[in-house]
Design a protein around this ligand. Structure first.
Ligand code: FES
Length: 486
């Protein structure tokens, strides 16, 4: 069989040749043969993605030589003023019918702009479905500036499926908090160093909470050495948190930690433990038990009914009393007070049952059960404790025009070790923040370049007021500013 000369080229050479092709040509090349298909889906070729630009017919790859990554033009159909609120609803689960590209009848009733947005949405959906599964771990930069075919669902999938994402530009899009729900899942967002959300008016504090969780909790490698030890200690303690006494009188906010013993609690602990000791190890043991823990305010009948939610017939514990010693010793294990050793499923079941049964601790004398034994619930990184490479390396954060953000959101960024590598922070147009919130964040951003620190001119007593820069939105018609129109 005759082999064409190009087929005889080593794959390294072919890959180099393909690196000069546009995304569209790469997709066409992938249809030639199996070997070309494999090469065209090599991760090296897809490290920088500009889907919004591609959807507009500009098929260039990566950042252009004369292009400042921090000052990208707004792609997407942002043409007429009257069309700036135009978005489309896309069924991301619908099959992508390529023939629709040539079917003018479908879009005949849409304006040219709407048709562009529709095409962009289809392209993004197809990209997420067909390309990302092959190249996701190689994607480092994702630029979707001005995209109006973008949906929250697509952003969620992009974030979750690209764990090595460093550069994310979603500025001037319609995304909202739900799009960032994937931050922190399986390490998503951990490597972010550039995040541009300017003009995303739907963003609230919840996005910042999710961003902070996604960046991880700083435990090492930090200029904030003084905080490092404290963070590590908190991380250790968080393994053992299974009670929240925040509503217990006299113990506001108190949680179990390695420094706390039973003697620190003036009221009976509602969590029993198999060990008779009242030292810290008991708390560790509590976390690991597969059984639902025991509330001292419960009657044996209540316990038997609710324990693990199961129908297991077991002897009820001794009637509880207010003696703290008995509280520490009356925990049950199905196999005879043996500490549970690591069946994660059983532990999760136990926690679920704790959630289900949490009404049983409704007693003024004891702390109520938390909704979950772990504080890292919901949005929180499941691999949190395993990640030792956390640097919270975000260096660029643009929230210009995100006017719904408050001090609470800034506080979440300042937590977990702050943002020690942040140099650029734009909070122009954030009307609901105060000098106190700014100061709390700035105190935890030790690398902040004052000239790259922007906030509202009306906050006269903000941090670095003499050296920080003013609001960037004064002359901007597309982002919020309290002085717009002056
Ligand atoms: Fe106050 Fe722009 S937001 S001056």
């Amino acid at each position: 069989e005759e082999v064409s000369p190009i087929q005889a080229l080593p794959s390294e050479i072919l890959l180099r040749v393909m690196s000069y092709l546009s995304p569209r040509d790469l997709c066409r090349s992938a249809q030639v043969c199996r070997s070309w298909s494999d090469l065209a889906r090599d991760g090296q070729l897809w490290q920088v993605m500009h889907p919004a630009r591609w959807a507009q017919g500009d098929w260039r790859f990566g950042f252009l030589p004369d292009e400042d990554p921090d000052e990208l033009p707004v792609y997407g159909a942002m043409g007429g003023e009257e069309e700036t609120d135009l978005y489309v609803v896309v069924d991301e689960d619908a099959d992508f019918d390529e023939s629709a590209e040539s079917d003018n009848s479908e879009s005949s009733n849409l304006s040219y702009t709407a048709a562009c947005i529709q095409r962009e949405a289809k392209m993004l959906t197809s990209m997420v479905r067909n390309l990302l599964p092959h190249v996701n771990r190689s994607v480092q930069s994702l630029v979707l500036r001005g995209s109006r075919g973008l949906t929250n669902g697509l952003v969620y999938k992009l974030i979750v499926s690209c764990p090595n994402l460093e550069y994310l530009d979603l500025s001037h899009t319609n995304v909202s908090d739900v799009a960032f729900k994937g931050l922190g899942k399986r390490g998503a967002g951990r490597k972010l160093r550039h995040l541009d959300l300017s003009g995303c008016v739907n963003i609230t504090d919840l996005t910042l909470v999710r961003l902070s969780n996604g960046l991880g909790r700083l435990v090492s490698d930090s200029p904030n050495v003084a905080r490092s030890a404290e963070n590590k200690k908190r991380k250790e303690a968080s393994k053992y948190i299974c009670c929240d006494f925040s509503n217990t009188e006299g113990n506001s906010g108190a949680r179990y930690s390695s420094d706390i013993t039973a003697a620190d609690f003036p009221v009976p602990c509602h969590t029993g433990c198999a060990q008779s000791s009242n030292q810290f190890e008991d708390i560790e043991c509590c976390e690991g038990f597969s059984e639902r823990t025991f509330c001292v305010s419960e009657t044996p009948a209540q316990y038997q009914r609710t324990c693990c939610g199961s129908e297991q017939k077991r002897s009820p514990p001794s009637p509880p009393n207010n003696d703290i010693a008995s509280a520490w010793t009356c925990c049950m294990s199905q196999e005879g007070n043996r500490p549970f050793q690591g069946d994660k499923n059983a532990r999760d079941n136990s926690r679920r049952k704790n959630n289900k049964d949490n009404d049983y601790a409704d007693n003024d004398n004891v702390g109520k059960r938390t909704n979950n034994c772990s504080p890292n619930n919901g949005d929180v990184d499941k691999d949190f404790d395993e990640a030792e490479d956390v640097t919270r390396g975000l260096a660029y954060l643009d929230l210009s025009g995100c006017y719904q953000i408050t001090d609470e959101g800034l506080g979440s960024l300042a937590s977990h070790g702050g943002l020690p590598r942040l140099t650029h922070l734009d909070l122009s147009g954030c009307l609901n923040i105060t000098a106190e919130g700014l100061a709390a964040l700035a105190d935890n951003c030790l690398s902040l370049d004052h000239e790259q620190f922007f906030y509202c001119d009306n906050i006269t007593d903000g941090p670095f007021s003499d050296t920080a820069s003013g609001c960037q939105n004064l002359q901007c018609s597309s982002r919020v500013c309290c002085r717009s129109g002056e």
